[in-house]
Design a protein around this ligand. Sequence first.
Ligand SMILES: Cc1cc2nc3c(=O)[nH]c(=O)nc-3n(C[C@H](O)[C@H](O)[C@H](O)COP(=O)(O)OP(=O)(O)OC[C@H]3O[C@@H](n4cnc5c(N)ncnc54)[C@H](O)[C@@H]3O)c2cc1C
Length: 512
Amino acid sequence: MQVKKDETPVSATHVDVLIVGAGISGVGSAYHLQQQCPDKSYVILEMKDTFGGTWETHKYPGVRSDSDLYTFGYRFKPWIGAPIASAEEILKYMGEVIDESGLDEHIRYGHRITGCSWSSSTNLWTVVATRLADGATCNFTCNFLWMCQGYYDHENPYLPDWPDMDKYKGLFVHAQLWDPAIDYTNKRVLVIGSGATAATVIPAFAEKAAHVTMLQRSPTYFFCGENKNEMADRLREIGIDEPTIHRVVRAQIMHDQDLMTRRCLAEPDVVFEELKALIRQYAGEDFQFEPHFTPRYRVWQQRLAFCPEGDVFKAAADGKLTVVTDTLDTFTETGVRTRSGEEIEADIIVAATGFQLSVMGDIPFDVDGKPVDWHDTINYRGMMFTDVPNLVWVFGYFRASWTLRVDMLGDFVCNLLNHMDEIAAKRVQVALRDEDQDMPILPWIEKDNFNPNYLMRGIDRLPQRGSKPEWRHNQDYWNEREEIPTTDLDGAEFVYDGERRVGSGGVKASAG
Ligand SMILES: Cc1cc2nc3c(=O)[nH]c(=O)nc-3n(C[C@H](O)[C@H](O)[C@H](O)COP(=O)(O)OP(=O)(O)OC[C@H]3O[C@@H](n4cnc5c(N)ncnc54)[C@H](O)[C@@H]3O)c2cc1C
């Protein structure tokens, strides 16, 4: 689709709702707002020149989803294709949503938000953005801020502080900053890292490179399988319509994932044996799991990366990929040396070392002139914050598809906005109830539940949480899909215009 040229007036623009970011969260949220709150005016501010967020930023070879698009796609737009999709296919899908729903009219590209200030005297947010094309400062005011800015810095990836990087004479690049013009044909490529990015890039490199080496500090779990959904294919074959196929296949996948998650917790060793059996189907019965493919963490603690057609393991079995499990000690002129003294030579070194956490897009916020330190706030169900009015943050799932939560929070926010109109409230914020006063306040990330490195590195910048379900983002879709839609919007945790409405009859945030 064609991205429209920006023509925002520099003078202040007022909207009911301002959505930050035109990634998969921002686009989905805008769709729900338009459908469920048709009278609300809104704008999406996006600093890039186009939509897509993550799927536009990452351009390394083979970039693809690692969860299926039946659930990573939106509830309202059928996915027609193989479950694991390339970035290009995801962008095409998002472009169709934008086109079909006329969202483009509302997106202001090339606007980097540099500040958000809440005023309790006007009950408005003032959002200041720089229009990147000409450096103009654009001011917006809005009643409600819908934060869909993702969770990592798109421009500055995470790079450990390695010694002597400047000695290296080859080409060094972080996967997040990969330029598609780089030619790796017949080159020796070293990939540092073992997460989903490494798993994606390695099979793509292995096709053309002279050899690929993966240097990992510790191994990762992988789920190997065919990139197809038999139920979807069969339903299509017998002529079932796409919206029905989408609904049924989503239900099937979510059911299977639920089962898998519970089994990971109940019988992690059995699950690991099953994962190994799947790998053997692609890499052969003799495939060696020790030491490079036996992770140290428990199987539910980080995203279980899907490996379509076992491509990483096939590359290893075919001798195109060598895995080294060790710590990088130093860079050399020709590659790197590991702590155990192994020299790895490479023409290209690709760091697949992950993200730099960005909390709320690193935008400075203030409430009535007082700067917001997110770590001082307590997070309501991973979406609202004590002492920060009229703002919702979309932080999706990691164990299930991120977007399941975009749809779920879309319903929640629209119901909240409609409820505020019904009771003529201008301001909503969450506050601990009487019964929460003695609740233990804990770090946002629950180390035993879910602990990716980039979140752990930024734990002091993330909000805090309470021990009760209302004050946690527990990463459990199957539990939240019961709890979030049935939330009583007149519960004591919601304060409207400075007052609680407990006993007013209650309105549920049920799906719209
Ligand atoms: C390579 C890769 C593969 C992934 N695969 C999957 C997967 O298969 N399944 C899954 O569930 N999850 C996956 N994830 C996680 C993924 O990031 C999320 O699922 C999802 O795409 C995040 O979407 P988002 O819209 O919330 O954030 P983003 O995609 O990060 O988009 C946020 C947008 O906000 C904009 N923005 C940020 N700050 C500002 C500002 N100050 N002013 C204006 N605009 C701003 C950014 O430019 C960006 O366009 C993957 C992540 C990566 C990196």
